[in-house]
Design a protein around this ligand. Structure first.
Ligand SMILES: [Cu+2]
Length: 476
């Protein structure tokens, strides 16, 4: 414990260059209780200033064949012929410029999951950009304000395109070059295969919609079933975990290791949070700093325990030993407790439920409305309006018995209550899991203008209508 406290002390000394969010004349005018919430420490998350550097990437989305799972040839759709797609590593403050060429038999887009970026670069077809037709190209370009673990994937027919293999990790490195622990990137996914061993081409089935989306019979780490990863006794390793599955929730058990979550959904936590009940819904990321015990030998299995049938996700093989060096200093972030917000009435309530309708007979809705958009053309009602800079309380009410990981584009939010009980998770999120009949309150300070998607990240629920729009604008 003492070691962490020392680290937290060191963390305060890590300099972050930030931009002022609003020029004084544009600062939001707020009633006193909201102004107090905005004034709470950490209520807005600082951004790295633009560095002036550009990081260029070429991506081609196309059908292909890869050696995956147990090494068999598998027909996929892939970025640059790889599943997972190429890991993009850029630096906070740099501009990322990605030229995407669509060689798929369908239109596509890329959504940059968890990033704070200009609305026009968010990749939501029919809302922030037209879908990119087969054979066409589009260039995404934006500054990376936050160091952390993010990912990218299509926002057109995600239930098919993400499942067929279109997804990749975006790691934004901190601005400084300080030495850090060895890193592992673990993209978690699952696969529903047909009898011929290929990806089952029945997407968004009635069964998927009546349940928690498409759950496959094979789970993988970076496309491999139960990989073995070499570690050394006494070694500290940062594992960047990401759930890219359509529907499956992962709960990796890291209790055999001294493991702490140091960032969640791309933002540093307020302090190291013991990774004892780690749960990753589709879209979630957790950076876990773990220490292999100094006396470890043989192998250590990392077991998934979300369902009643635990299975081994990956095996660590202890090969050699190192002197346990002190952990590198890292940045933690003040996260507002926002305890005074529990008494506030929610500004907006989103009820989640299903009804009969749609192509497969079940349609998922938010407040009684399905937003159908799977062909890349969105039909929707006027968006819910949020005021720029105003701490806003959103309530999700799950009127169904199914799971719904709710994802908000372009902003981070904090969970402040679950089923009426105040909660302080100690970290920000962009995706929060609701179990059946759950009610969850979150606070968000919208900091970027534009029309942002709010949807269930179970891609079958999403593609059958479980999405709505929030429009962030300045008070007039
Ligand atoms: Cu859902």
């Amino acid at each position: 414990m003492r070691r962490w406290m020392l680290l937290a002390g060191a963390a305060a000394a890590v300099a972050v260059s930030v931009t002022v969010l609003w020029p004084r004349e544009q600062a939001p005018v707020l009633e006193p209780e909201r102004a107090a919430l905005l004034a709470e420490a950490g209520a807005t998350i600082p951004r790295n200033r633009p560095s002036g550097k550009v990081h260029e990437v070429e991506l081609v989305a196309a059908p292909g064949t890869v050696q995956l799972l147990d090494g068999r040839p598998l027909d996929v759709w892939a970025y640059n012929g790889q599943v997972p797609g190429p890991t993009i590593r850029a630096r906070a403050g740099d501009k990322l410029r990605v030229r995407l060429r669509n060689e798929l038999p369908q239109p596509t887009t890329i959504h940059w999951h968890g990033l704070r970026l200009p609305n026009g670069m968010d990749g939501v077809p029919g809302v922030t950009q037209p879908p990119i037709a087969s054979g066409a190209s589009f260039t995404y370009e934006f500054v990376l304000p936050d160091a952390g673990t993010f990912w990218f994937h299509p926002h057109v027919r995600g239930s098919e395109q993400v499942e067929r293999g279109l997804h990749g990790v975006l790691i934004v490195e901190p601005r400084d070059d300080k030495p850090r622990e060895r890193e592992l990137v673990w993209l978690l996914d699952d696969w529903r295969l047909a009898e011929d061993g290929q990806i089952d081409p029945e997407f968004v089935t009635r069964h998927d919609l009546a349940h928690d989306g498409r759950w496959g019979q094979l789970s993988t780490v970076n496309g491999k079933v139960r990989p073995t990863v070499d570690v050394r006794a006494g070694e500290a390793v940062l594992v960047r975990l990401l759930n890219a599955a359509n529907g499956r929730i992962f709960a990796p058990d890291l209790s055999a290791l001294d493991a702490n979550v140091v960032a969640f959904d791309g933002v540093p936590t307020s302090r190291p949070l013991p990774a004892t009940k780690l749960e990753l819904a589709p879209g979630n990321r957790a950076d876990v700093l773990l220490r292999v015990p100094a006396d470890a030998t043989g192998t250590i299995d990392v077991v998934d325990r979300f369902t009643r049938r635990p299975f081994v996700l990956a095996t660590l093989r202890v090969d050699g030993k190192v002197e346990s060096a002190p952990l590198a200093a890292r940045e933690f972030r003040e996260v507002p407790a926002w305890t005074n917000a529990s008494a506030l009435e929610p500004d907006h309530v989103f009820e989640l439920n299903a009804t009969r309708g749609g192509r497969a007979g079940i349609e998922w809705q938010i407040n009684g409305k399905a937003m159908v958009h799977d062909d890349g053309h969105a039909k929707h009602d006027p968006p819910t309006k949020l005021q720029l800079g105003r701490p806003t309380k959103l309530r999700f009410v799950n009127a169904s018995a199914r799971l719904h990981p709710m994802h908000l584009h372009g902003q981070f939010f904090k969970v402040i209550a679950r089923n009426g009980q105040p909660v302080d998770e100690g970290h920000w999120r962009d995706t929060v899991l609701l179990r059946g009949r759950d009610s969850v309150d979150v606070m968000v300070v919208p900091e970027d203008e534009g029309t942002w998607a709010l949807h269930c990240h179970i891609l079958e629920h999403h593609d059958s209508g479980m999405m709505t729009l929030l429009k962030v604008e300045r008070a007039s």
